[in-house]
Design a protein around this ligand. Structure first.
Ligand code: FE2
Length: 279
């Protein structure tokens, strides 16, 4: 099979062309894809046409499937696959735009998903990009004094932080019992595959920093987020129909944009892959 991996920016993202995941890939290709995933943090596998069960099979090339927290968005016929849609509304009638505001997925799990995979099924004519920022670069470009200050700090992650600007869709009572109350993760983590350090913050989930007063913690988190989300650390993904995009939650923040015509549908399938406890 003749296929290629081409970087999409100088630091984050690569495009894969010439693979049909429906047909499966051999062991060499699988190893190459997994190496590229760790190296580029975002892989965009173009021109796929996968049903939900086919998507599950395809993403198992990269790991084991993680059970997502909010089963409201689970597909009835294939519950490990969820959907992302702009056609859902809060109980008060306000439109729900999933994924707005920078975050990393499900960091309120003791072992957060290492990766999230989206498969574009229906897209608006323009807009709806996903922005990624590279948290390895964010960490490495911090002033020495800031790195020394944060190296041993730990944060408390919850389903919905009191400080989050974005409201999540509430959990059903049955799911509330399964999803952890709060977990503690380091603010600087080491990538288990590359050994590279990255900043691990999440404005929608972090409720506080262990041993730090709230005003000081919030000021520090704001400062780190402002630094991390500078344009120089960003890869902005413009979706094409058929894209299957897998990203590394261990070393990226991402956000969706609700900047398109809401009369048009934006609909993607979502799967997550299991990860380790951050260290
Ligand atoms: Fe997300």
């Amino acid at each position: 099979m003749d296929w290629s991996i081409t970087p999409l920016s100088s630091h984050t993202g690569a495009e894969v062309r010439g693979i049909d995941l429906k047909r499966g890939v051999d062991a060499d290709a699988r190893a190459r894809l997994n190496r590229a995933f760790v190296e580029h943090s975002v892989l965009v596998i173009r021109e796929q046409d996968l049903s939900p069960p086919q998507m599950l099979d395809a993403v198992r090339l990269f790991g084991e499937v993680f059970e997502q927290h909010n089963t409201k968005f689970s597909l009835p016929d294939c519950p490990l696959v969820h959907y992302i849609s702009n056609q859902d509304f809060f109980p008060d009638g306000k439109r729900y735009i999933p994924g707005e505001g920078y975050h990393t997925d499900h960091s309120n799990a003791a072992q957060p998903p290492k990766a999230t995979v989206l498969h574009a099924i229906e897209l608006p004519d323009a807009g709806g990009d996903t922005q990624f920022v590279n948290m390895h670069r964010a960490y490495e470009t911090l002033p020495d004094a800031t790195r020394a200050r944060i190296d041993d700090l730990k944060a408390v992650h919850v389903y919905q932080s009191r400080h989050s600007a974005r409201k999540l869709m509430g959990l059903d009572p049955a799911r509330r019992e399964v999803v952890p109350e709060a977990v503690i993760h380091p603010i600087v983590r080491t990538h288990p595959e590359s050994g590279r350090k990255s900043l691990y913050i999440n404005p929608i989930r972090i409720d506080g920093i262990v041993g730090m007063e709230e005003p000081e913690a919030l000021a520090l988190l704001d400062e780190l987020l402002a630094h991390a989300t500078e344009r120089r650390h960003e890869y902005r993904h413009k979706w094409l129909p058929g894209d299957l995009t897998i990203w590394d939650n261990r070393c990226l923040l991402h956000k969706a944009n609700g900047d398109y015509d809401m009369n048009q549908t934006r609909y993607l399938y979502r799967v997550m892959l299991r990860g380790d406890a951050p260290v």
